[in-house]
Structure formats: C-alpha cells, structure tokens
Design a protein around this ligand. Structure first.
Ligand SMILES: Cc1ncc(COP(=O)(O)O)c(C=O)c1O
Length: 386
C-alpha cells in the first residue's frame, strides 16, 4: 500500500484524545442495578408491561420489520393508527411517522425550505444557535439560506425575518437538550406571524412532559393545531419506543409524503416500535399524572444540586444540566457516579455549543422519593473539587 488512506484518522483521534473528547461505547446489561438518569425514558414506560407486550404482539402480527419504505410496503394499518393517535393526542390535524426523530427533523426542515428555483427564492431558515444536531443537519441538507440566531431570542428572529422580507421557516427545539431550558414559543410564534413565516418546533423533550397530561410544549403554548405551526417529536423518549413523527396541518403532511427524502427512501418504522408507542400513548392518556411527576422529579434534583452550590439552569422539563469544570472532569464525575450505582449523562464539546461541559441528569416519573435523594447525594459526593 503506497499510502495508508486512513492515516489521518489516527491523527484526528490523537488530537481528540489530547482534548479529552474521545467517546467510547459501553454496552449495558439487560437488568442494570444502576439508577438510570442517563437515558430518556422520562415516564418509565420502556419496560412497562403493556408497552413491551404491545411491541411483541405487533411483531408477531405484522412482522419484525416493516418490509419496505412507507410508500411501497412499509405502511401498515398500525402505522396509520399511530399517526391518528399522535395527531389527536397532541392536538394537530395530521401526523406522519418516521423511523426516528432524527429523520423526522431532516424531513421537516428540508421539505419545508430549499434553494431558490424558477418559482422564486426558497424559504429562509432561521435557526436557534442551540438547536439539536438533527435540526442543524436539516438546515445543511436543505441547501436553503440559513440564518443562525442567538439562543432563545425572539427579537433576533423578528429582526432577521424583517430584514429578509420573504418566505421563511423559524426552527427551534421546544426544550433544549443541553441545558433543559424551554424556548419562548409564544414570542417566537408572534415574531413569525408578524412576518408571515412558519414555525417548526422539535418537541422531542416536551412530549409526555409538558402541557396538559404530557401533550407537549406546543399544546401548553396554545399553538398545537395552528395552521402555521409544525412540530416534530421522537417516540424514543417519553413514549419509551423508537421512531419519530412530524405533526401539522394536513397539507403540510401531504407535502412531506411526496417530498421528504428521509420518508420516501427509508424503510418504515418497525411494527414493534409502532405498537409500543401506541401502548405508551394509551398509558399516558390513562395516567396523565406521569407528566407532572417527571417535572417534579427534575425540580427536586435541581433544587438539591443548586443548594449545594453547583451551577444548573432551572429545568423547564425533564433535563437537569449541571456544570462541570472541564471535559475531563465531566467524564471522571460521570464515571465516579457510575461506580456508585448512578448512571448520568456527560455532555462536552462538540455536543455543547458554548464549550462548557456538563453532567446531564434526566428525570424519570417512576423514581421514588428515596431514589431522588440517593441520586442527588451521589452526584454531590462525587463532584470534582471546585
Ligand atoms: C431535541 C432532539 N431532537 C431529535 C432527537 C432525535 O430523536 P431520535 O433519537 O428519535 O432520532 C433527539 C435525541 O435523540 C433530541 O434530543
């Protein structure tokens, strides 16, 4: 071999290792003895007996896989039922299910914007600087003009739309995954409406947690079902399953079916995941108190870590983020928690836009008061010296 074509990978790896940024996989056992504050099973539904039974029943009835893309053989009656249920639960006219929240976001951003063509300029994308990677990648794939605006700043959105003067789509997370803070949705919608722009909100962390009985951040803000608002959700967090969806006006959903590449060229969501998500929605309708409980747990975790002097943004939903002094300290802190029986998330560059590393504690509705106290005590006991 004249030259090693992957030589550069080793140099890249060495640079990342020196910066404390190498990531490693750690397969977990089926029944961990850890308290899990690292996953996104906000409502404790992923192992709920009705949810797992529905997943198994769906696989037996419909098969282990969807067998094809949604437009060929991958749309079952079960997919249609989930779409109707999601739309109804969250208060939107229609819904479209995808194989992940990531592909749902790519679909919504790319199909609702695009480059200039013979018909005129494509809609400008106005994207919050703190948006999730899947929204950022959607903006990149869209080949549309993109203005990145400061985080949670409706005035900046308003000014950008005013200066642009043409069609536009403002894009934001409802709850930001790094700090757990909520977007100012009502003010963003006002800014969009003043300039005839549409608003796309990724409610990955809001569904099941915010709004009446967990109907999401848009429901809470009175924006669900509005003709100029589109939401995306994941089925993999509060609903304990896998997959994603876009919710919005029927004509937007119809447009996605014919235009969204991650819908058209992707195998449909596996029936087991569809069945599980349907069962989770049923549980949530019957037990709406799960949504309030997860918010309470997040508030308690936050109260306990800030009382001990740690920096943490007040959580608007289930994500509690605690500042760490460096990427290395964050990794060591998370490892020490794990050694003491607590799994926590660890956020560091490039996943954090401001370069500040954090521990991330995700609240769960099924934690007992004793587990909350134990978890907070472990975080405090293992904290790096200030
Ligand atoms: C805000 C946000 N949007 C989208 C996604 C992607 O969803 P999925 O995991 O279903 O692909 C995630 C996380 O996974 C997320 O945190």
């Amino acid at each position: 071999m004249a030259q090693d074509p992957f030589d550069w990978i080793d140099r890249h790896h060495a640079r990342r290792r020196a910066a404390g940024l190498v990531r490693t996989l750690r397969p977990r056992p089926a029944d961990p003895s850890l308290i899990d504050l690292a996953g996104n099973d906000y409502l404790g539904l992923t192992r709920h007996h009705e949810v797992t039974a529905a997943a198994a029943a769906a696989a037996r009835r419909w098969g282990a896989g969807a067998t094809g893309s949604r437009l060929v053989t991958g749309s079952t009656e079960l997919h249609a039922r989930l779409e109707a249920e999601l739309a109804d639960f969250c208060g939107f006219e229609a819904a479209l299910v995808f194989s992940s929240g990531y592909t749902a976001n790519l679909a919504a951003v790319t199909a609702l914007s695009g480059p200039a063509d013979a018909a005129g300029p494509g809609p400008l994308l106005v994207s919050d600087a703190g948006n999730h990677a899947s929204l950022i990648d959607g903006c990149r794939l869209a080949r549309a003009g993109t203005a990145v605006v400061p985080h949670a700043d409706p005035e900046a959105v308003r000014k950008t739309l005013e200066a642009h003067g043409g069609p536009a789509l403002a894009v934001t997370d409802s709850v930001f995954s790094v700090d757990g803070d909520a977007a100012p949705l009502a003010a963003l919608a006002d800014a969009c409406r003043a300039h005839g722009a549409a608003l796309l909100v990724d409610d990955a962390h809001g569904l099941g947690v915010l709004g009446d009985g967990g109907r999401g951040a848009l429901h809470a803000a009175g924006l669900a079902g509005a003709p100029d608002v589109v939401a995306t959700v994941t089925l993999s967090k509060s609903l304990g399953s896998q997959g994603g969806a876009v919710l919005g006006p029927a004509r937007v959903i119809r447009h996605l079916v014919s235009n969204a590449r991650t819908f058209i060229f992707d195998t449909g969501l596996a029936p087991a995941a569809v069945g599980a998500a349907l069962a989770s929605l049923e549980v949530l309708r019957r037990e709406p108190e799960r949504a309030a409980r997860v918010r309470y747990v997040a508030g308690e975790l936050h109260r306990r870590v800030t009382a001990a002097g740690h920096l943490s943004v007040r959580p608007d939903a289930a994500v509690v983020s605690v500042r760490a002094p460096s990427p290395e300290a964050a990794v060591a802190w998370a490892a020490d928690c794990r050694a003491e029986g607590l799994a926590v998330g660890c956020f560091r560059p490039p996943s954090v836009p401001d370069g500040v590393s954090r521990l991330r504690l995700t609240a769960r509705a099924d934690l007992s008061d004793r587990q909350i106290a134990e978890a907070a005590a472990t975080v405090l006991r293992t904290a790096p010296a200030a």
